[in-house]
Structures are given as structure tokens and as C-alpha cells.
Design a protein around this ligand. Structure first.
Ligand SMILES: *Cc1c(COP(=O)(O)O)cnc(C)c1O
Length: 447
């Protein structure tokens, strides 16, 4: 079968014409073997070898862990490893302060604690995000207000933030989803006009930049996650960065049972607090992992840009775009939209199945959070009914509509960050897999 496409020639073999390949992909030409069947129909897999495994560790990590073990100083109140990591992380991000905590969720929860978000308050969040962004709002008995998604970028649609603000809005929490920065100029613009603080959920966005500034340093504070799937990881862990002295102090106190950082005799400093401390093992592991972070980030960027060049002209495949203000994405996820109209009406689930069979692991991404039962049930929660009243909760339910996001969830496809640690050849094989599936879309959709 000869598959025709405006920018590419499909002739006889499945090799890439190297000389024709550029980063932008504009002069890219493919010559795939027409008789190669998709793996699901009995053909060979486009990507036969495994992608790089995650996490990456070696001697540095082994020695670091043994040192902490032998030191007998295992908690941050005993040793210096967490403090050393905080110093290094704030240096790398250019933030004035860093407080390490037990998870990304803890980083968000601590920040909401510092801002004294509580019952009766409203917090603005994007609907297209990991559930933790929502959970921390509800943990504080505040009302989460969903904002719809910008289809092209997968990020919060900043044009819709203004209309979600009421006199009860106490916080705007943009998320840099997939590790790509949200439109922070627009977020800060609306926030400053209405005098509402901004907390950046940067849990997926280590080392990402907006106009040359690291994310997490643009709003009042930024929250990061070091959970095992994230680009920087210690199994579990998190951090808050901020340039605000008071915020940093209060964040430390909140995560340390309301006590300051001046040792055993610290007095209680704030009304609310808990224990969300990181261990020395995690602090040291993060420091060692940071020695690998920049090189990994560079590799992800090169591969993601190369892959975008390979995919962007395939009909029905729309890689997530970056805003012009993005000077660096963390590429925690490689995200694109799949339009079944260009694939013989094959459902996305079938496309994911076919792609996986080619040896290309993929996921359909987040579900429609505003439509999930556990979210809708908030309108029946007795505390929420007491606090906000039945009509407010009913209104909340009815106003939680995000049509662009509904469409995005139907179309979204993700690749994980560790796939981007592979080679250019891996990226080419991903593109080949998709082209092969498209060339046989009719047969795949039927079978
Ligand atoms: C991972 C993540 C979190 C939570 O981080 P944990 O360390 O898993 O608690 C919060 N928000 C977003 C967007 C995330 O991806």
C-alpha cells in the first residue's frame, strides 16, 4: 500500500532518509516499506527494543545511601542532607528559599496552610490536572473552582480565569501540566488585577522556564514533587520554593509541627501545623539525582523537539503546543491529540492498543475530573452542605462544566518522560509506528 502525504514520500523501504531529517522536521522524508503490517495485524513491531528504564541510579546513590545509614542521622532534625538539598535546589531554581517536604501533595498542602485557606474560601484550579491539585483544596474544606483547558497546549485556559473569580476567591493555582509552563503572563495579569495570590503547581515541571525564569518563582510560591514517576525523584518527596521570607518561614513551621528551625527549643509559631518532613535518605538521594538532572533534561528536550518534527504533519496527530513565553519545558509527559477522523474513525482505545503492540508504551491521560463520581459527590458531602448550603453546592455542580476539556480527554495521548531519555532512533520508530497504524487504519478499526 502506498500512503501519500503532502510533506512525505512513501516508496519502498522502512528506513529514514537521514539527510532529509531536521529538528523542525520540515524537510523530513520517510520511505516506509508498504507491506509492513501493524504488529496488531501480525507485522513486526516498529519499536522492538525496550525504552530506557526509570529511575536511573548508580554508585553515587549507593554510596550516598550507605553514608546516611552509617551516620545514624536519618531525619532532617538530626542531619544536614535535607538542608544541603534545599540549598542546591534553591540555587538551581534561583529562588530565595526552599523547604523540602514529604511529597508534592505536602508541598501544596503546606502552601495552602501558610495562606490559611479554609472553609468558605474558593481556590481556582485547572480541570486538566492530577487529582492532588483538587484534593488539597478539599482537604481544607475550601471550594475548588475548575477552569477549562486550552486544547492546543493542554494548559489552563487563562481567558476563563477571570469569570471564575468571586469575592471568596483566595488563591489561583495554575498547573504546569506535562512539565510545560502555563501562560504565566496571563495568570499573573489577572491575579495582580484582582489581588489574589498565585501558587504554581510545578510538580511535573522541574527546571522548566517561563521567559527565562524557573517555574515556581513567578507566583508567590511553587510546589514540586519528587514522587517516583517524576523527573527528579526520591521515591516520595516534595519541595516549596518562594522568594517571600515570611512565606518560607511559615512553610517551614507548618511542616514541622508549627515549630521554627532553631533546634529542639523552638517555640510554637503558628496556629496550624503537622509533620511533613523529608528524611535524610531522601534528601541525599535527591542531591545525587540532581547530578543527572540537567543532562536528562537536555536529552528530553532534544528528543521531544525531534519527535514533534516527526509527528506534527501526520494528519490527525497534534502535538501539544508551547506558549511563546516558554523558554524551557520539563517534558514530564510528551502529550498530543489523536483525531480519529484521520484514522478511519478508529477509537482512541484501539489506537492506544495498536501503538502498545508496536512496542510504544502510551496512555490516554487524565479522565474528566469534573465528571468523576468522587468529585461530584462533594455536592452531597455533609460538611460542604453545612458550610456552603444546598443551593451553592448545586450551583457548583452545574457550573463545573468544561467542554474543551471533555474534548481533550477524548483525544489526549501521552508518552512518559523516560521514553524521551532514549535515542533519536527511538523517536523515529515511534513516528513509524504511528504512520504504520494510520496506513492500515481501516483494517485496524474493523478488526
Ligand atoms: C505528582 C503531582 C502532584 C502530587 O505529588 P505527589 O508527590 O505524588 O504527592 C501534584 N500535582 C501534580 C500536577 C502532580 O503531577
Amino acid at each position: 500500500m502506498i500512503y501519500k502525504h503532502d510533506r512525505r514520500k512513501f516508496l519502498g523501504t522502512l528506513t529514514l532518509v537521514g539527510a532529509g531529517v531536521t529538528l523542525a522536521g520540515s524537510s523530513f522524508s520517510y520511505i516506509p516499506e508498504g507491506n509492513k503490517k501493524p504488529a496488531l495485524l501480525g507485522g513486526p513491531r516498529a519499536h522492538p527494543d525496550p525504552f530506557p528504564s526509570w529511575p536511573v541510579s548508580g554508585k553515587r546513590e549507593e554510596e550516598g545511601m550507605a553514608e546516611v545509614l552509617q551516620s545514624k542521622k536519618w531525619g532532617r532534625l538530626n542531619g544536614n542532607a535535607v538542608g544541603n538539598f534545599e540549598n542546591k535546589y534553591k540555587e538551581w531554581t534561583g529562588a530565595k528559599h526552599c523547604v523540602a517536604v514529604s511529597s508534592g501533595t505536602s508541598a501544596l498542602f503546606t502552601s495552602l496552610g501558610v495562606l490559611d485557606i479554609g472553609p468558605g474560601d474558593e481556590v481556582i484550579i485547572p480541570v486538566y490536572t492530577f487529582v492532588a491539585t483538587y484534593n488539597v483544596v478539599v482537604l481544607n474544606y475550601a471550594l475548588p473552582k475548575f477552569v477549562d483547558t486550552d486544547l492546543e497546549t493542554f494548559q489552563i485556559d487563562t481567558d476563563k480565569i477571570g469569570q471564575a473569580i468571586t469575592q471568596n476567591t483566595k488563591l489561583i493555582m495554575p498547573v504546569h501540566i506535562g512539565g510545560s509552563p502555563a501562560d504565566m503572563d496571563s495568570v499573573m495579569d489577572v491575579a495582580e488585577k484582582r489581588k489574589i495570590p498565585v501558587l504554581e503547581d510545578a510538580c511535573q515541571a522541574h527546571l522548566a522556564e517561563w521567559k527565562g525564569k524557573k517555574v515556581g518563582t513567578i507566583g508567590l510560591a511553587g510546589a514540586f514533587s519528587f514522587q517516583s514517576s517524576k523527573n527528579l525523584n526520591s521515591g516520595e518527596g516534595g519541595a516549596i520554593i518562594t522568594n517571600d521570607d515570611m512565606f518560607a518561614n511559615n512553610a517551614y513551621n507548618f511542616h514541622n509541627q508549627s515549630r521554627g528551625n532553631d533546634g529542639e527549643n523552638s517555640s510554637y509559631r503558628s496556629t496550624r501545623g503537622t509533620n511533613l518532613r523529608l528524611t535524610e535518605f531522601q534528601g541525599r538521594l535527591l542531591t545525587e539525582q540532581m547530578s543527572r538532572l540537567q543532562e536528562q533534561a537536555n536529552r528530553r528536550t532534544l528528543n521531544a523537539q525531534y519527535l514533534t518534527g516527526l509527528l506534527k504533519d501526520i494528519p490527525g496527530i497534534y502535538p501539544a503546543k508551547l506558549y511563546p513565553g516558554v523558554t524551557q519545558s520539563a517534558y514530564h509527559l510528551y502529550m498530543f491529540r489523536f483525531d480519529k477522523n484521520a484514522f478511519a474513525e478508529m477509537p482512541k482505545s484501539r489506537f492506544l492498543e495498536a501503538l502498545s503492540a508496536e512496542g510504544v508504551p502510551c496512555s490516554g491521560g487524565y479522565g474528566r475530573m469534573n465528571k468523576e463520581n468522587y468529585v461530584q459527590d462533594l455536592a452531597k458531602n455533609r460538611h460542604y452542605l453545612n458550610l456552603y448550603g444546598k443551593s451553592t453546592m448545586q450551583e457548583w455542580l452545574e457550573n463545573s462544566i468544561c467542554p474543551q476539556n471533555d474534548l481533550l480527554c477524548e483525544q489526549a495521548v501521552w508518552f512518559g518522560q523516560s521514553m524521551l531519555l532514549g535515542t533519536k532512533n527511538d523517536m523515529e520508530q515511534i513516528a513509524e509506528a504511528i504512520l504504520k497504524i494510520r496506513a492500515h487504519a481501516g483494517d485496524l478499526a474493523k478488526s
